[in-house]
Write a protein that binds this ligand. Structure first.
Ligand code: AP5
Length: 207
């Protein structure tokens, strides 16, 4: 099974991705994580991506599509994968259809007024885990690996506003695009705990 995870910044794509990967054995491919790893490593791709990410804009399509195309040619995705954060506009969706077959586009729908608080309260760990300050009880270490948590550089109010605008203008039209193709499944991610949202996903995808 090959899945696209669609949703606004802060909708819970990363949170649900680890649960989906564990249950269905799908490879989790996050373009945001790939860019952040490149920025950390000081690679040429990282140097291009940084200014766009800091501004809340999309990294140019030619860079992003090439990364995903190469990643999907690797052996470890053959049993199925989940694309988190790709495609993010109609051009990327059209490109994807040239080199991949997608079974389901899973849209996590969250009202806009919840997104700013979710993102600005997010604390992340270098192991990939993500938390919200409201559930950490004052702790600043990862419950999974014990490392110190930190705040993503693009999780500040000005950049989040720009990311939400980019989402509304460029990514939200993909909801209609995948609906027309009969591939869209929407779950409500604004109410209920991450486990409750995941239960909706399992109902939608099957056991
Ligand atoms: P990316 O890393 O993809 O970020 P994003 O789409 O903005 O999404 P987030 O990671 O912020 O949110 P999420 O939906 O994963 O939410 P999470 O699970 O953490 O992209 C970053 C940048 O890279 C982009 O801005 C762009 O510049 C570039 N980029 C990436 N892909 C690209 C592409 N294809 N083309 C061009 N550029 C690209 O949850 C958020 C918070 O909410 C957490 O604190 C979590 O604990 C909490 N939470 C989650 N679920 C719940 C719940 N049910 N109840 C309460 N709290 C919850």
């Amino acid at each position: 099974m090959n899945i696209i995870l669609l949703g606004a910044p802060g909708a819970g794509k990363g949170t649900q991705a680890s649960k989906i990967a564990a249950k269905y054995g799908l490879m989790h491919i996050s373009t945001g994580d790939i860019f952040r790893a490149n920025i950390k490593g000081g690679t040429p791709i990282g140097k291009i991506a940084k200014s766009y990410i800091d501004a809340g804009k999309l990294v140019p399509d030619e860079v992003t599509c090439e990364i995903v195309k190469n990643r999907l040619s690797e052996e470890d995705v053959k049993k199925g994968y989940m694309l988190d954060g790709f495609p993010r506009n109609l051009f990327q969706a059209e490109e994807l259809s040239k080199f991949a077959t997608i079974d389901v586009c899973l849209n996590i729908d969250v009202p806009r007024d919840l997104l700013m608080d979710r993102i600005c309260g997010r604390r992340v760990c270098s192991c990939g885990e993500s938390y919200h300050v409201s559930t950490l009880n004052g702790s600043n270490v990862c419950a999974k690996c014990g490392r110190e948590l930190y705040i993503r550089e693009d999780d500040n109010p000005a950049t989040v506003e720009a990311r939400l605008k980019t989402y509304e203008e460029q990514t939200a039209p993909l909801i209609g695009y995948y609906k027309k193709k009969g591939k869209l499944v929407t779950v409500h991610g604004g109410k209920g705990s991450p486990d409750e949202v995941f239960a909706q996903i399992v109902l939608a995808l099957g056991e």
